[in-house]
Every structure is written in structure tokens, then in C-alpha cells.
Write a protein that binds this ligand. Sequence first.
Ligand SMILES: [Fe+2]
Ligand SMILES: [Fe+2]
Length: 206
Amino acid sequence: VAIFFNTPDDAFLNSAYLSELWAVKDLIRIKNLFPKNWSTDREQQLNDEVRHARLLLNELKKNSKVIVEDLAFSMQEKIYRKYINLSSYNTMSSSGIVHNMTEARALWIYKTYLKVGNNQEYKDCIVGIIEDEKKHFIYNTDVIDQQDSFFKTAINSIDKAIFRTILPMQFGRVIFNSDNFWKKYYTDMPLIEINRKISLNSESGA
Ligand SMILES: [Fe+2]
Ligand SMILES: [Fe+2]
């Protein structure tokens, strides 16, 4: 990686660390908004996310010469924010929907890393994290109001568009091994560029 990380693996792990930290921060926000509805399951989930962030940070400290601490470089901010601010919701049910989406994507991202990553120590660390995440889907689903299906469909569509179409179009099928992807990820610029010509054409066609 041409930027400050030695390997795409370090760049990947730092983004995973910040994305776990984003989950911690967002769960604390919801806990403070709805202290009476905060279950022991969700407290467990919060503690798990704190532990995940710490595990990943410890790996980074051992392996990487630099560590980025700014949450602006979490995936929730860096990848999704252009389309949706994932922390702008304010109901308990929405928290279940948002976290189910981000955790499903995290699971996919972690499993992808197990296949394409090059650092065995990072892989060992991630295997432990994956086990916890499976329980979190149950905890999230418990707080979801079935009336919220429109919101659920909307953010799941955004997520799929980003990971199945937009990112692969720009960075190829294995985005996490793309130097170009990580170079863009750790700049102040938006990661996702929309081809201006295409978007103007489609607008004028409407
Ligand atoms: Fe986690
Ligand atoms: Fe989780």
C-alpha cells in the first residue's frame, strides 16, 4: 500500500477496528436514549463490541507501524455516509435494523478476509470475533418492530448496491486486496466516486 500502511492487511484491520468502535459508540448512544429498554442481551452485545475493538487494536499495535484512530475512517462513515448517515436514526427498532445490516456486512467482510487475507495472526483474531457476531443478530432482531420493514428494505438495498455493484466496479472483485481501494479509503476524499457523465445522463433522461 502506497499510503502509510505496510500491507493491505494492516489497512484492512485498522478499518475493522474503527468499524467495531463505531458500533460501540452507536450502541452507547442508543443505551443513553433508551436506558429503560436496554436489555442484558444488548449490554452483552455492547461489551462484545468493546472487546472486538480492543482485540483488533492490540493486533494493530503488535503489527502495524501506524494506527488511525479517527472514526471518520470507519466503514460506516467512509463507505456508507455518502448515501446514508447510519447514526441519524433515533428509535430502538431502527438500532436493530441498522446493526443487523452492519453486522451482516461485517460478517461477510470478515469471512472474505479469511479467504483472501495474508496475515494468519489477523485471521486467528477474526475467527473469534465471528462467533460473537452470530449471537448479535438474535439480539438485534428482538428489538425490531415489524412495521419498520420499509426502512429495513431501504438500508439493505443501499448496502447491496455499494458492495455488489459500486465498489467492485471501481476496485475489482477483491476490493480488500486492492491498493487503490485502501489508498482512497485513507484519504480525506470521498471513497466512492460517481461517474459524473453517467449520473448527468441518467438525470437528463428522467
Ligand atoms: Fe463486533
Ligand atoms: Fe456485533
